[in-house]
Design a protein around this ligand. Structure first.
Ligand SMILES: NC(=O)c1ccc[n+]([C@@H]2O[C@H](COP(=O)([O-])OP(=O)(O)OC[C@H]3O[C@@H](n4cnc5c(N)ncnc54)[C@H](OP(=O)(O)O)[C@@H]3O)[C@@H](O)[C@H]2O)c1
Length: 279
């Protein structure tokens, strides 16, 4: 599986290991250590996951060199704004035991439900992220959960455009308007909850199509993202699943089955609309 290439030329390994809801300490240390042993070279965490310390320890105690692991973390909503963003970045680096990040993402847009001045809050936060990039503290920068409305607004003031937009994306929930926008602007789309946080695992259609290719439902969902040009971030704390989720080179989903997967309208969706959330 080939890396994706970001708009600034940076190579990003095609499957990232998700770490949301894996507790800090031994659980996340063991999960990340297992993922690295199985060949993952891209780890996705966030300040809000409160497991950056364990992720950092797993990477630094591993035999791999830091440069061989692509590390992403995210700026939480309470750290929006120019000055707060710098402080949040330093705190994350310290916990992660590193002096640079591969990718720094704004976790959620300030939205119009909560803030009248949502546009300027996002613009100020982004200014700090741009500055961190200019200073060479982070190799690539981006956002998460930015819908077309938030992207359009950010474009009015951004000097460097987000290289990544990490959104909820899985079979049947593909936010086609956002993906089209990002494709046009050369912003790579990453898929969070590619397996619908587990909600798609028992789906009858997915089980039927997965059986046809002799793969698991999780492998089918991960491959679906890749075939759509979207970078999947599967999470598991189970060693056998961590391994099999990375082993997806041996099959290709045919066009008819890709279309069938689109018929699962919103069955795996979390229900979170970035413009309506209260956090
Ligand atoms: N930017 C954002 O706002 C945002 C939001 C949510 C998530 N994310 C990122 O996206 C990552 C993935 O999303 P996610 O954690 O919601 O869910 P996910 O990867 O869609 O699904 C994870 C769930 O599926 C199970 N699972 C994984 N592989 C399996 C397999 N092969 N067979 C059976 N069950 C399997 C896991 O169980 P076990 O763990 O018990 O094995 C877990 O319950 C997160 O970890 C995080 O890094 C980002």
């Amino acid at each position: 599986m080939n890396d994706f290439i970001l708009d600034n030329g940076l190579s990003i390994p095609a499957i990232g290991f998700g770490t949301w809801q894996i507790p800090d300490g031994k659980p996340v240390f063991d999960a990340v250590t297992t993922a690295l042993a199985d060949g993952y070279r891209h780890i996705d965490t966030a300040a809000a996951y409160r497991n950056e310390a364990g992720v950092g320890r797993a990477i630094s105690e591993n035999a791999l060199e830091r440069k061989d692991v692509f590390l992403t973390t995210k700026l939480w909503n309470t750290d929006r704004g120019y000055d707060a963003a710098f402080k949040a970045f330093e705190r994350s680096l310290e916990l992660l035991q590193t002096d640079y990040l591969d990718l720094y993402l704004v976790h959620w847009p300030a939205n119009s439900k909560q803030f009248e001045n949502w546009k300027s809050i996002n613009a100020e936060t982004w200014k700090a992220v741009e500055e961190l990039y200019r200073q060479g503290r982070v190799k690539a920068i981006g956002v998460c959960n930015f819908m077309v409305k938030h992207l359009d607004a950010l474009k009015e003031t951004a000097e460097i455009f987000p290289m990544v937009n990490q959104i909820e994306y899985q079979p049947g929930h593909t936010k086609d308007d956002v993906v089209a926008w990002c494709t046009k602007e050369k912003t790579l789309v990453e898929a969070w909850s590619p397996i619908g946080s587990g909600r798609l695992l028992d789906n009858a259609l997915l089980k039927e199509i997965a059986a046809k290719y002799n793969v698991s439902v999780a492998q089918l969902c991960i491959k679906f993202c890749l075939q759509r040009g979207v970078l999947p971030l599967p999470k598991s704390a189970t060693p056998a699943y961590i391994k099999s989720n990375f082993d997806i080179d041996g099959f290709t989903i045919d066009t008819a089955d890709m279309d069938q997967l689109d018929t699962l309208k919103n069955e795996g969706w979390s229900g979170l609309d970035p413009d309506k959330v209260d956090f």
